[in-house]
Write a protein that binds this ligand. Structure first.
Ligand code: AMP
Length: 455
């Protein structure tokens, strides 16, 4: 997953972009980067790690110009390596370009193979570079070339692009990943989430529509549609887990959606008798509050999270991930001793984090643990930008409910039903493929088979 931001026509463009990356840091911690433009020249800096590791005052000062884009990355395609850090910068026949991408293209390897046979040389292993190459190979001026290039890519992309004289923001025709437009004085701002708009004191205008390309030049907007039919497939997991609760995503307040998920779960878990409701912090907190209000079981803080360690999933190896859980979440024995506990989390992926948490709650004295998950079992991989592992590693794809309950080590386990999750998220128009296997596009495997047999 990644976070993107851009600001056009502002004297402090790079500084504001730098600040925005802190607000978007939860969307990716592997690398961070900013590109700015001055007199048609693009200057950029990228580095591995979180924003504060990558940038110093000196670095920011070097990023002169009145437009800038920024990116934080957590790899889903291409390895965690500096050459894959974004914004990607390239010289094309349209001049210098910088590009930041959130999402995953499903036909990137086919595009890449195709272009490589025509002599293209790729510098990174990211899917995002395919877009730059398509632009380089397209005909017409830039404003015509971009919609034509995007017509050829499939899958998920929210993009910010900087050229010598404009900034562009666009969203794929399914609208998988969020992207919003805001305004700060005479400057337009785009961001993955509204929390970054609030931080830089920009006002929220609207979502960039699925299939919309916004060309932003000196404070003026031009909106163009990608020439394919938009079919809404917004990622429901953004609302369930990924986005920050203080953001508005897909036009919905994330915190309110999570509370509604918690309330719905409480209705489905009516038979459970407990002394307290607690969350796996931080993402489970609004849902646990919703559960508590609906069930009238008191909310309690049963786990304290250390904020000085980055997300456990970010650690690539299993052994490191497990140690990181111990470092990160510490139980409050006073609150838990002898208690029947409802434990709320947003999802179970591999089951390893949940198992460790359940064990530590028991060691801290919890008498019973009833686990409630505010989404259905994750049974299938995400091809659109969330780092959901392959099906073999997904516990719900390998084991039955009772087996998961026993593996995690809880007294009971309840997943929210699909219908209730979608209703709390706001109804229809969502991608729920990780829960249902109903992929709204061809998956990468299907794309390469259809290429081989010439479909
Ligand atoms: P586990 O018990 O190992 O399956 O891990 C579940 C935890 O991982 C939950 O607390 C989720 O909030 C979190 N989680 C789910 N999906 C992701 C993801 N794509 N990246 C990082 N964390 C995730």
């Amino acid at each position: 997953m990644c976070g993107i931001f851009g600001i056009e026509n502002h004297p402090d463009a790079a500084h504001l972009t730098y600040l925005s990356l802190f607000a978007l840091q939860h969307r990716g911690q592997e690398s961070a980067g900013i590109a700015s433009v001055l007199n048609g020249q693009i200057n950029s800096h990228t580095g591995m790690g979180i924003t504060s590791d990558v940038f110093s005052d000196k670095r920011i000062e070097k990023l002169c110009g009145t437009s800038a884009i920024g990116h934080v990355r957590y790899s889903t395609t291409g390895s965690s390596h500096i050459k894959n850090a974004q914004p990607l910068v390239s010289k094309t026949r349209h001049g210098a370009l910088a590009l930041g991408h959130n999402g995953n293209l499903t036909n990137a390897s086919e595009i890449r193979k195709n272009l490589e046979t025509k002599g293209a040389i790729f510098h990174s292993s990211t899917d995002s570079e395919a877009i730059l190459h398509l632009l380089a190979h397209s005909t017409g001026d830039f404003d015509e070339a971009l919609p034509e290039a995007l017509k050829k890519v499939e899958g998920a992309y929210s993009l910010v692009i900087l050229t010598g004289d404009q900034m562009i923001a666009c969203r794929d025709p399914h609208g998988f990943r969020p992207l919003v437009l805001g305004k700060l004085g005479n400057s337009y701002v785009v961001s993955s989430e509204t929390t970054a708009l609030s931080l830089v004191k920009a006002s929220y205008i609207r979502e960039i529509d699925p299939g919309e390309i916004l060309f932003i030049r000196q404070g003026n907007l031009k909106s163009v549609k990608i020439p394919t039919r938009p079919i809404s497939a917004r990622c429901v997991f953004e609302l369930v887990y990924f986005a920050r609760p203080d953001s508005v995503v897909f036009g919905k307040g994330v915190q309110a959606v999570r509370q509604a998920l918690g309330r719905a779960l409480a209705r489905e878990m009516k038979e459970v008798k407990a002394d307290l409701v607690m969350a796996v912090p931080d993402s489970g907190a609004p849902a646990a509050l919703g559960f508590s209000r609906e069930s009238e079981i008191p909310f309690e803080v049963g786990l304290v999270r250390s904020h000085y360690i980055s997300r456990t999933f970010i650690r690539p190896s299993q052994a490191l991930r497990e140690i990181a859980v111990d470092l990160k979440l510490s139980p409050v024995s006073e609150a838990l001793k002898g208690k029947r506990v409802v434990l709320i989390d947003d999802s179970i992926v591999r089951g390893t984090t949940s198992r460790k948490i359940a064990r530590s709650l028991r060691e801290a004295g919890a008498r019973e643990i009833h686990m409630g998950i505010t989404s259905p079992p994750i049974v299938s991989a995400c091809y659109y930008g969330i780092d959901t592992p392959k099906s073999e590693a997904l516990i719900a794809n390998q084991r039955k409910l009772e087996e998961i309950r026993d593996f995690v080590g809880v007294d009971s386990l309840h997943y929210l039903s699909l219908e209730a999750m979608l209703e709390a998220a706001g109804g229809s128009g969502f991608c729920d493929a990780c829960f249902t296997k109903n992929y709204p596009t061809k998956t990468p495997a299907e794309v390469s088979i259809s290429q081989k047999v010439g479909l």
